[in-house]
Design a protein around this ligand. Structure first.
Ligand code: 1GP
Length: 237
């Protein structure tokens, strides 16, 4: 299945999407069957797999289990080029547009391209924009970049539009995993109204109400990591 196409169709039908983000480093392997059960019972439409620092062997193991025991598309959300597994369905080919670290703008993409060419992974060019969240998140620390100021709407908009003009297929507004403050709703609204490509929003969303608010503001796909990681009943509350 073409994942980008499905997301575009969902967007044009006004159907909202939900991804559970699994960080292979944080998986408690003894509880994997329970976790898979909870994922299958959840409203998730996608599984994202990735983290700031992940060993490739556990990434492979996790993706294999997900492909065997769920029917959801598995999308790699990589922290660096070592996090590529041919067993997944697609990869968000990220460019960290909010930062000015050339490694995350182009160097890692150059390293990843020949590896990706040898797989059948669907490559989805994604403009990744980190927004200040009230605390230092792993992505800011590991990428050595500064998030964009959460009050500077003009800069965030210009960044998202530059991504769209460069050919990005999705824009991802990210507060960072475990963010104290999620991306401001008015910011989601502004970006959703002014770019045409699907908008992914994640980081620091900790309740079902927060997911609905992000949808209402214009997010097409919301990503939930920490909240589900901490409580596998999260979607049942
Ligand atoms: C992080 O957007 C995701 O990359 C999810 O963040 O862990 O805060 O849900 P949380």
């Amino acid at each position: 299945p073409n994942i980008r196409q499905q997301i575009l169709e969902a967007k044009s039908n006004g159907q909202k999407l939900l991804a559970i983000l699994l960080d292979p480093d944080k998986i408690v392997w003894e509880n994997l069957d329970h976790l898979l059960l909870k994922i299958n019972q959840s409203p998730a439409t996608h599984i994202f797999v990735g983290g700031s620092i992940v060993e490739s062997t556990i990434l492979e193991d996790l993706i294999e289990a997900l492909k065997q025991k769920t029917n959801l598309p598995v999308v790699i959300f990589p922290g660096n080029p070592s996090q590529i597994s041919p067993q997944a369905d697609a990869i968000l080919f990220l460019s960290l547009l909010s930062g000015r670290n050339p490694d995350y703008l182009i160097e890692y993409q150059v390293q990843a391209a020949p590896i990706l060419k040898k797989t059948n992974l669907e490559v989805i060019s994604t403009g990744y924009i980190l927004i200040e969240s009230g605390n230092e998140t792993a992505v800011a620390r590991v990428s050595k970049t500064k998030p964009l100021n959460r009050e500077n709407f003009d800069l965030v908009l210009a960044t998202a539009q530059a991504g769209e003009m460069l050919g990005n297929q999705f824009i991802y507004l990210e507060a960072g995993s475990g963010a104290k403050m999620a991306v401001p709703l008015e910011m989601i609204e502004l970006i959703a109204q002014n770019v045409n490509i699907p908008l992914i929003v994640g980081g620091g969303i900790v309740d079902l109400h927060g997911i609905q608010k992000a949808y209402k503001a214009g997010a097409d796909l919301v990503v939930i990591g920490t909240a589900f990681e901490n409580d596998s009943q999260f979607f049942e509350s």
